[in-house]
Structures are given as structure tokens and as C-alpha cells.
Design a protein around this ligand. Sequence first.
Ligand code: F6P
Length: 337
Amino acid sequence: MKKSAVKCIGVLTSGGDAPGMNAAIRAVVRASMHMGIKCLGIRRGFNGLINADIIPMDFVQTSGLIGRGGTALYTARSDEFRTPEGRQKAANTCKLFGLEGIVGIGGDGTYRGLLEFSNEQGVAVVGVPGTIDNDIACTEYTIGYDTACNTALEAIDRLKDTMQSHERCSVVEVMGRHAGHLALYVGMACGATSVLIPEKEIDFERDVVEPIRAARLAGRTHFMVIVAEGVGSSYGSSYDIANKIKEYTGLDPRVTVLGHVQRGGSPTARDRMEATYMGYNAVELLAQGKTNRVVAMQKGTYVDYDINEALAMKKGIDERVYTVLRALIGAEENHSF
Ligand code: F6P
């Protein structure tokens, strides 16, 4: 085996937790051991670097971690790390513990923090995409997305039973502060009557009233409207939408905000696999002497990008999913074969 460029690294999780983060931590620790690198755990995100909240990580400590939800290292969003003073304290911790590299598991905010730290203090950094929102531009997939989709789907299937029994309309809000990937995917998978996402302008008559009307005419007696959290800031809350449905259709909708339930639970097989590969790849990059990289997936293949390049990328929703979804809820009947 080639000699590693770094002898000691740290791993941290930052931002919102996501199922599969633990599997990524395990992969980072065990890949490090395999490559002859000492790996330490940094707790509570970047705050752990500032406060020297560092713990040893070994084979036993990561045993059983692959199937556990949340993050064993805790997570936080650190305001202090955004200041030069905070980053200086973090650099002192790196010196104290001999940390030459850091793997940060999180989203864009985590990458920005890593980049600034590396540019300022010369510590090697690699980012691993972890968020249930799947909204990181450089990668097709983020750790936690599949589990969150399945968790939301399970809850919606349960709701459907009671909605069907009472012949009701349900408005379900799924997470995604800025992005509708989760809502779109879950909406497609549960056969929703309507899906509202922040990436698409909403025409209430066209996007909500018409599909309900069409479904009613076809004999359906219960309706599922999926709303992405991000719609709240641009259009109106799920409760506003439910009131509007009542006003336009006479139905008496019930609102369910799934919230943080979607962030919990044991990761699916997919999340365990992606987390394991991505964690391993991150350590490999540091061992090769690389820095300021983020691991990603493109066209089903694992790749890595410069963090600057990754942060400049843009990601839209999958238009094909949107088109098929609209076609199947009967929103567009204009085919000419
Ligand atoms: O980014 C992940 C996410 O779960 C978003 O979907 C959501 O808007 C946000 O985090 C909630 O954050 P918090 O944990 O601060 O409530």
C-alpha cells in the first residue's frame, strides 16, 4: 500500500442530521485504519474543533453504527466558526491533536466552512454530501435522501387509509426548506393528487383545484396534496393551502406536517451503501494528498470536485419526474400521437 500523505485526520458532521451519517462516520474511521491513518471524532460539528471536543474513534466504537440513525458525533450549525477568531481556535485544536485533514459530512454550509478553514489554516479538507433534501448541486445523491423518502412515504400510506375511510383530502408537508426534490419524489411514489414545490410557480386553479376536480369526476373520494416546506415562504403555508382548498372545493382537508420525523430512523440499504463508498472515497482523497475536494455522484458514478467548483454549480428538479407526475395525475391531456 502507498504511504498516506496524512497521518492523522478528524471527522465531523455538521448542519441537519441525516440517516446514513453514522454509516459515513464508520466508513471514514475504518478506511483510515485500513490506510494507516489515525482518525479522531470531532463532536458537535465545527464547534467541536473550536472547543477541542475530540474523541478517539476505533473499530469497536464504530461497531453497529452502520444501521443507526442520527449522528453519534452530534451535529450543530456553528456561528463562531464563521468568525476568524473561531477558526483560529479551531486551528489551535488541530495543532494540539495533530489533525492534518478533516472530513466534513453535511451540506453546502459545511463545505463553505471547510473551504475557508483550509484556505486560511492550511488543513486539508474533504466534504461528504449528507442531507435529506438532496439539494447539493454537485451530486445526484445526498446521504439520507432515500431513507427520508421512504419514511415520508410510510407515513403518507398510513394517512391514506384514514383519508380513504373518511373520504377526505390530506395536505401533507414534507421537508425541504429551499428544494422540492423530496416532495416531488414522494408525491410520485404515493400517487399524489397534486404536488407543490418551490421550484415551480403555483397556479392554484391549475395545480390543485383541477386535479382534485378531475379525480372526483373519475370517481375518487380521497385526495393527497403534497407540499414542500419551501412553498411556505414563497406562496403560503400548508394551512393556508388547506383553507384555500376548502374555499374552492368544499372539501374539509386535514394538514399533517411530517417535520423532523423524516430525519430519523435506521438508514435504508441505499443510504448505507452510498455513505460507505463516499466515506471511504473521502479518506482516499486525503491519503493521496488532495484537499478542498467534495465527493459526489454523477451519472451513477462516484466522482469528486473542487469545493469552489461544487459551490458554483446549480441544481434544478428532475423535469422528467415532474412531467410524468403531471401526466399521471391527469393534469395534461394534450397528447397527439
Ligand atoms: O436541510 C435539512 C432540513 O431538514 C430541511 O429540510 C429543513 O428545512 C431544515 O433542515 C430544518 O432544520 P432544523 O433542524 O434547524 O429545524
